[in-house]
Design a protein around this ligand. Structure first.
Ligand SMILES: NC(=O)c1ccc[n+]([C@@H]2O[C@H](COP(=O)([O-])OP(=O)(O)OC[C@H]3O[C@@H](n4cnc5c(N)ncnc54)[C@H](OP(=O)(O)O)[C@@H]3O)[C@@H](O)[C@H]2O)c1
Length: 439
């Protein structure tokens, strides 16, 4: 094992500069843990003219591909983002026998099959702890610590920006645009927040967790994804009255060998730990047949927290050096088969529905008739006070049913004029086990 581990770093933005900082700050500690110096030879950036604060001797370039071709560089750390240059860089580095560390969830969710296959073929390490839930060590937990379990479910709050927005709406009574602006002012949301608020970012992370939990490849284009854009404060308020918080949930479950998965806003009962995850935090709840349920909570983004996960991967590579293999990356020996998919709308859970109707005689009877027709029964039904134009909100909490049934019933009622606007429908997250205990 050579004394130094020489790395090439592509990207010196939020995460890249955090990595450079923590490598210097924790230098002595890292040396004690690995017995090796981790040295950055070259950093690649987009804009080479911009002034950078780098340790002496580090070379700066705007040619990211040169990292993959440099024979001195043993590990390429990809922290650029995007799925074009980053993909080309990672594949090229691996073809040249280099290990790779990346935080790029979009790339691994969409091109993971190709990248993991090449890593296995070339016998190189692929570290990606930072790509799901930032600082939370969920990749290693699923791949290594829980490897002796049959995993039954993985669910979590996987996007800090959305969670911050929902927390502001819940705690401060903000409407959606005001809460989004607050997230942008805090630096949590990008100028274009679509990836966060439309659920794509959480879905990228969920796709990675499914791969680790069940050793299958879940075609990202088939993942059911709903975000929180334009969420009505009325629903936050009504959910609260019933004892729930609205959270953007990424969930995957094993249903008799089929994987049911999706990202969706859901009502989470206040007694569940997930309901208490506030601000820009992330959390992941894993259930396994040996471990029971496990809850991980921490910062899902940010310069130092994400660098912490990148460093964990780098130290693991520094320690094990040449002993790389497919199972060290995916957790499974063989190439991963396609997941058998159970459509998200076919799974059973209770549902919340808010309907806007005219405050006239017979409306409740009409709704009850259509719901009964679709096999849906109510657990609770509350009529809110009528507004000036004689419209009322009805909040319907159902017993177990499917998304298909709920959507069909509410569409029928809208088409026949009973509902004045399309209904708002959210799943109610079913808690299993005694999660609230022990806290
Ligand atoms: N930010 C987080 O908290 C966080 C958390 C978890 C995962 N991630 C993931 O980490 C990755 C990096 O995110 P970030 O927030 O650090 O991004 P960022 O702040 O936008 O930084 C991107 C860096 O990549 C450089 N770059 C872009 N295109 C390049 C190219 N073609 N050649 C060379 N350099 C190029 C940029 O150069 P310039 O400096 O010249 O612009 C910049 O230094 C992404 O995959 C992201 O999804 C981020």
């Amino acid at each position: 094992m050579s004394q130094n581990l020489c790395i090439g770093l592509a990207g010196l933005g939020t995460v890249g500069s955090g990595l450079v900082e923590m490598l210097q700050k924790n230098h002595d500690e890292i040396l004690r843990r690995t017995g090796r110096e981790i040295t950055i030879k070259t950093v690649a950036v987009h804009n080479i003219a911009k002034k950078r604060d780098l340790p002496a001797g580090v070379h700066l370039t705007d040619d990211a591909m040169s990292l993959a071709d440099d024979p001195d560089i043993q590990v390429v750390v990809e922290l650029m983002g995007g799925t074009t240059v980053a993909r080309e860089l990672i594949l090229r580095a691996m073809r040249n026998g280099k290990s790779v560390v990346t935080a790029n969830k979009a790339l691994l969710a969409e091109y993971g099959r190709e990248i993991f296959a090449l890593a296995a073929e070339k016998n190189v390490a692929l570290g990606y702890e930072a790509s799901s839930a930032g600082a939370i060590p969920v990749i290693q937990t699923l791949r290594d610590s829980l490897a002796g379990n049959h995993i039954t479910s993985v669910m979590g709050i996987l996007n800090g920006t959305s969670n911050y927005i929902l927390s502001e709406m819940n705690n401060n009574g903000f409407d959606f645009p005001t809460a989004l602006k607050a997230a942008q002012d805090m630096g949590y949301a990008e100028a274009d927040p679509s990836l966060d608020i439309d659920g794509q970012d959480a879905a990228h992370k969920l796709a990675l967790l499914i791969r680790l939990a069940w050793g299958v490849h879940y075609d990202f284009s088939k993942l059911s994804i709903e975000g929180i854009r334009g969420l009505d404060p009325l629903d936050i308020q009504f959910a609260r009255e019933f004892g729930y918080r609205i959270k953007l949930i990424g969930q995957a479950r094993d249903e008799n060998g089929k994987i049911e998965a999706g990202v969706f806003p859901a009502l989470v009962h206040h007694s569940m730990l997930l309901a208490r995850v506030n601000g820009a935090y992330n959390a992941v709840r894993i259930e396994g047949n040996a471990v029971g349920s496990l809850f991980l909570h921490g910062l899902g983004a940010g310069s130092r927290p994400t660098a912490s996960a990148v460093l964990g991967d780098l130290l693991a590579i520094a320690r094990r050096d040449e002993v790389n293999s497919a199972e060290a990356n995916t957790g499974f020996i063989d190439a991963l088969p396609d997941a058998e998919i159970l459509p998200s709308d076919e799974t059973i859970s209770p549902w919340y529905t808010r309907a806007t109707v005219r405050d006239t005689y017979g409306v409740l009877r009409d709704i009850a008739t259509v719901f009964a027709d679709e096999g849906i029964s109510f657990a609770q039904l509350i009529q809110k006070a009528a507004s000036q134009d004689d419209c009322v909100s009805l909040v319907l909490m159902t017993h177990d049913t499917t998304g298909t049934a709920i959507k069909k019933a509410t569409r029928r009622l809208y088409e026949d004029g009973t509902l004045l606007v399309p209904a708002t429908c959210f799943r109610i997250l079913a808690a299993s086990g005694n999660e609230a205990e022990g806290v």
